[in-house]
Design a protein around this ligand. Structure first.
Ligand code: GLA
Length: 377
């Protein structure tokens, strides 16, 4: 009898322990949130830490929807942070590099900061010589919500870009969901609606160095881009309108090629970009299905990054304007210490009726997806 009672008490205790400890175990598995300071206008800003089963970790702030750190294992399981950035919010607020940020309302350049839509000419903020570059979403405080599911820990960020902000027409509701999956992917789902005809081009501006942030230049990374054509630019980095074949040029990455192999060749387009700073016309086209766009491989760490997207274009930017910026952990970022693979519509599309359209109308639902998938070999 006593024995039975003891056994029953022990069992009850055992069950209670499981029940009580279960939420704790789960809490640890949940997305973590910590303060990241205050924006210039006094709004509290947070840092959300997403983790997965394989030790991958993404720290994302609702300031600009910025990926602050992205920790990824190498072929020996050693974890490194593979994106450039800052330790402090103030540096993001003052910075001009768009490190890790959500870029919009219009990613990349709009010539002379002007475009015409439905017969009305809109004048935008000039923030790149005579041009408009990248909009201002990267310096806004977004509303954050934990939307984790069985697909992985996920952070939803929303922002209302008011009619006339930076000169763009229409109140635009934007939603960006970052999901860190157990397949070592950082998936980014973008959606938006507007109440007036407008133009829209959203991307993420992570600066990658698969050898670890601040660990030298990226010239030894091998890169493949699934594109037979690119959009050549003029002296202001505005597309001329031509879709030029990459064949026989330093822009041919149809088979994996070391980034540094041709970057300093005597090529007019490379000179204009001070290296690679161009849009590739993805072979997958603008049908909108998720397709592999590019693959990067860093031989020492063995890290591989695969970029898939529903977008028709990809900007390869090789950090040509990095000029000794002091970044995370005191690392100094010199020229070509990172590369960006910005999935997008083509730069200056609002002034190129032949390019895939970036117009969004009331009643339409903008939707795009980009996946940054990590592995090793
Ligand atoms: C993009 C542009 C570059 C540069 C960077 C940010 O990739 O194409 O010219 O402006 O952003 O520095």
């Amino acid at each position: 009898m006593t024995l039975r009672v003891t056994a029953a008490v022990m069992l009850a205790f055992f069950i209670a322990t499981i029940v009580v400890s279960a939420p704790q175990a789960e809490a640890k598995a949940n997305m973590q949130k910590q303060s990241f300071g205050k924006s210039e206008d006094g709004q509290p800003v947070d840092l959300y830490i997403l983790t997965n089963k394989h030790g991958m970790e993404a720290a994302i702030t609702n300031y600009g929807g910025t990926v602050v750190t992205l920790k990824v294992p190498d072929r020996n399981g050693k974890i490194d942070d593979v994106v450039l950035g800052y330790d402090k919010l103030d540096d993001y607020a003052a910075g001009k590099a768009y490190f890790g940020a959500i870029v919009g309302r219009y990613a990349n350049r709009i010539a002379h900061a002007k475009f015409t839509l439905d017969g009305t000419t809109y004048t935008l903020a000039k923030n790149d010589g005579d041009n408009h570059l990248h909009g201002g979403f990267n310096k806004r405080v977004w509303t954050a919500k934990d939307v984790s599911s069985s697909h992985g820990q996920a952070l939803e960020l929303t922002y209302l870009s008011k009619d006339g902000e930076e000169g763009f027409p229409g109140n635009l509701s934007v939603k960006v969901v970052y999901t860190l999956t157990n397949q070592n992917e950082l998936k980014i789902d973008y959606s938006a609606t507007t109440d007036k005809d407008t133009v829209l081009n959203l991307t993420n501006h992570c600066y990658f160095n698969l050898a670890g942030q601040g660990n030298g230049d990226i010239l030894q990374h091998q890169l493949m881009i699934r594109a037979d054509r690119f959009t050549p630019v003029d002296a202001n980095l505005i597309p001329t309108g031509e879709l030029r074949s990459v064949k026989g040029t330093p822009f041919d990455f149809t088979t994996a090629t070391v980034i540094g192999a041709r970057i300093d060749q005597d090529d007019q387009q490379l000179k204009l970009g001070r290296g690679y700073d161009h849009n590739w016309v993805l072979n997958s086209g603008s049908a909108g299905s998720l397709s592999l766009a590019a693959q990067a491989y860093e031989p020492h760490s063995g890290r591989v990054l695969e970029v898939s997207t529903t977008q028709p274009g990809l900007q390869l930017y090789t950090g040509n304007f990095l000029d000794g910026i002091r970044g995370k952990q005191g690392k100094i970022y010199n020229r070509r210490y990172a590369f960006c693979l910005e999935t997008q519509h083509f730069p200056d599309s609002p002034n190129h009726p032949d390019f895939p359209s970036t117009v969004l109308k009331p009643g339409q639902h903008y939707q795009s997806t980009t996946v940054y998938a990590f592995s090793t070999r």
